[in-house]
Ligand binder design. Sequence first.
Ligand SMILES: Cc1cc2nc3c(=O)[nH]c(=O)nc-3n(C[C@H](O)[C@H](O)[C@H](O)COP(=O)(O)OP(=O)(O)OC[C@H]3O[C@@H](n4cnc5c(N)ncnc54)[C@H](O)[C@@H]3O)c2cc1C
Length: 431
Amino acid sequence: MGLGKNDRERINVKEYVEQARTILVYGEYDVIVVGGGVAGVAAAIAAARNGASTLIIERFGYLGGTATASLMANINAFRNQVKPDGLQTSRGIAEELMVAMHKIRGLGEATSYAQEEYDIEQGELSYSYPIDVEKFKFVTLKTVHEAGAEILFHTYFSDVIMEDNIIKGIIVENKSGRSAIMGKVIVDASGDADVAYRAGAPFWHVQKDEAPRLVDCLMYRVTGFPTGERLPQSGPVAGHIMNVWGPAAEPINGADARELTQAEIDTRLKLYDHFEDVKKQRPYLKDAQIVDTGPLIGVRQTRFVEGEYQLQVEDVLSGRQFDDVIALCSSPIIHYYGYRRYLEHEGYDIPYRCLVPQKIDHLLVTGRCMSSDQPSYESWRAMAPIMSLGEAAGAAAALCVEDQTTPRALNVKKLQQRLKEQGAELGQSRS
Ligand SMILES: Cc1cc2nc3c(=O)[nH]c(=O)nc-3n(C[C@H](O)[C@H](O)[C@H](O)COP(=O)(O)OP(=O)(O)OC[C@H]3O[C@@H](n4cnc5c(N)ncnc54)[C@H](O)[C@@H]3O)c2cc1C
């Protein structure tokens, strides 16, 4: 695969034919996870714990993706934000990471969301938690490392190795050069469906000037404000640090390098003016200082893969249950015809087929690029359900290797049994 469609459509684009060359094989694994955001983290932990030799590759030098690199410090949607909120929809690895954060005082004091408080000490998580981003880097790394997954940082996925419609491995670039990595099952947790796209799986993409879609923005952290009291309109607070939803970008295609760069330039140039405006609205920030931004603007959505099933907004609104459920969610649709649409049930099912891309074999796609329509994405895109989706993909990949089968032919009942044994909520606790 060469240039993407957007590149080709750009006027005056020139082409260069890259010469074939022999490259080294870095290694061979049962499961390769591409991308170390919250989906990839959960996938790598689950794959390794289920006995697969697992490699996770990540372009940055730490894990967490949007949560850390883009400073998105509110982990949402462990249960419905409003009543009925009796069912905790994300458990398993998602809960484990929050409990680990709690133990090292990594969960902040003030979430930005109105919610009923549940007691984490009693094993019940609230809708949302603010996180100390640095501690989340630590907890995700420690948990992935202890699960036995191998990690390759500062490594960029750049292409696929295909045999007909079967993905056999990936090509990566890093300080050591260009190399091949072979894998029996590849989990695409890149957020942008980079692997599925390169492999030729069908996908859809909201065009940049096409409404509705969620906008991207540059988050930043500030310090130097009064602590110990509940601050009005605050962003997530952990210790002496507050995260602020920063300047919004013009609608861009975040999977296009040139547009992504433009969004970085535009938002970063607006940063200090933005903070001056924020200070006017929140006088308690008058002496505060900006501490940092992340290396990457917060990109909410780019490509969505076309899977064996596409989650529909009717499924979300009606609380639909599926025989092949692998995760639950009850998070509001955050921009439903312009308003925050809360759900009137304890949680809908997300089917396994949403993780299985059409056309390409030995590939699972998880995280924010999963097969879905736009409004349902705006519900399940919160990080708690995304971690559940990652866990399901990792466990499924390991089971495929164990049973010598493909993701499309996997025995989903066996996967569900395993996920439940390992602490996942698949609706068994519904009242
Ligand atoms: C502005 C904004 C506000 C949000 N607000 C909230 C909120 O309040 N609460 C909430 O729960 N959620 C929120 N979200 C949504 C949530 O953060 C995301 O849906 C979630 O973090 C996506 O996780 P992911 O692992 O699927 O993808 P990502 O976090 O995008 O992770 C993908 C990972 O893959 C890596 N990667 C990508 N391409 C490559 C490549 N080619 N090679 C190597 N590595 C690669 C990236 O570096 C990254 O680590 C928000 C998102 C944004 C942007």
